[in-house]
Unconditional design. Sequence first.
Length: 501
Amino acid sequence: MTTSPNARPLMRAAISMLCLLLSACGGGSATQEVPARTSGTASAASTGDPAEKAAAPFVLVSANASGSHGTYSRAGFIDSANPFFKPIGNGRSCASCHDARDGWSLTPASVQARYLASNGADPLFLPLDGATSPQADVSSDEARRLAYRLLLEKGLIRIGMKVPAAADFELAGVDDPYRFAGDKELSLFRRPLPSTNLSFQSTVMWDGRETHLAPDSAQCMLNAARCYAGPAVDLALQANNAALGHAQAGAELSAADQAAIVAFESGLFTAQVFDAGARNLAGIGGRGGPLALAGVAYYFGINDLVDGDYRTRAPFTDKVMSLYSGWALANPPVDADVAPEDAARVAGARLAIARGQALFNQREMSIGGVKGLPGTLVRGSCATCHSAPEAGSHSVPLLLDIGVSDGARRTADLPLYTLKNKTTGEVLETTDPGAALASGRWSDIGKFKVPILRALAARPPYFHNGSAKDLREVVDFYNQRFQMHLSPQEIADLTAFLKAL
Ligand code: HEC
Ligand code: HEC
């Protein structure tokens, strides 16, 4: 057991699922409580030199369904005194919905645990945006369970937004099972995006609404007149709006608190560190885990689909993911601590991850007609959109309609909206108009940002509305919608790769 010299006391709650050493985290079985000063490091490849061990950076590790994930902070420790963790307004803090144990998002399992532990009194459970409607009946336990069912079952938060008056479309019909949504506001049920790995971010919020233009900025699209303020500005505005909205703060966050929150969240890196099958993901040949991720280069336009690399002018590359290239061998290496009788199985799991990585980068699919992509593009791979190296975001703002909120995919637990084009009279149905509610443009209906793909295993379910309950369902979605023709083996490999991110 190593104790990191710079590890400050952490919130006890944030470490209740901390695994001590990664080798003890197999299969998500280790959920032991450990002293607050104990570091859960050991993901960096080590020479075994005691001096090196003592200096190993602090990584906060939590178990998840396929192993465990870890967070590293550039600050050297997770500062529980940061205003990110301070309850404001209605008793919530940012951490109420962005929990390290859930990859800085929120999972149904932890929502349910909080509901049980507090009998529904935890400030997460507020009609404002935790319930299916702000007017939901929360007078009895039975009523509360119904009111908070989308939060309990899918970890969804209600975002209220209305169709802008100047929009080129109008709301022509509402089918809200919770009888609240209408002209005043649409109820949009969305997953909290992770407040980590933000240094790989070009677009803030699912619909990009906190991605701000700034004419005098240096972050400009190569072939368009648009320049963006960048994450520091976006995230400060976002934090303030989250405090006023989700946390009902009585006043704006001070500039100092905004800056402290942005510095804190921007310094976080989270990734899967241990996989039940492939074991230590930063072990020999692997570059998984948050420490390797913190060393990954990223800048605005590092690998843009249209213009390639803005700085080097290299053309776009689909070799986006390479962290497991060292396992793309007939017989991938395994670490010395793996028992000889397990070695073949671990090597097999590593090879499956490497095959999944190759599928991610290069397996072709039919993406013609995706709104937001250049019209000429008809074939592509996962890497076409998830193109920021090793992170899977897109390095310039890009909002796309891949069909997740299509009316045809509506499930009975979500409201359905009918929208009408004011000029053409055309109508369409959607569960969430996405970017169109910010821009007011018909052509933006159903568009969402390309999210970061690290620490996925930490935070099911997936997509903005939690419609894919696990990563296998994500792969099934793409396989069907974009005609990937994946074999059962390929589905398993791609899923294994996503779990190891
Ligand atoms: C009640 C739950 C809740 C609380 C409290 C909350 N958030 Fe969020 N957060 C969300 C949801 C839901 C989204 C996604 C909403 C969307 O895109 O429309 C989000 C999005 C974000 C994002 C965007 C990340 C990205 O990739 O674009 C950041 C950053 C963030 N929150 C930080 C914060 C901070 C800082 C606070 C505290 C001031 C906070 N949040 C409080 C639920 C919450
Ligand atoms: C045409 C662009 C495009 C392609 C191709 C694409 N994605 Fe996505 N991906 C997106 C967008 C946009 C979203 C957000 C959609 C939403 O939630 O409505 C997304 C969401 C996801 C998510 C959910 C992340 C989260 O935090 O919930 C995963 C996982 C994912 N994609 C993996 C993949 C994989 C694997 C492939 C290849 C099989 C792939 N994507 C291909 C654009 C794309």
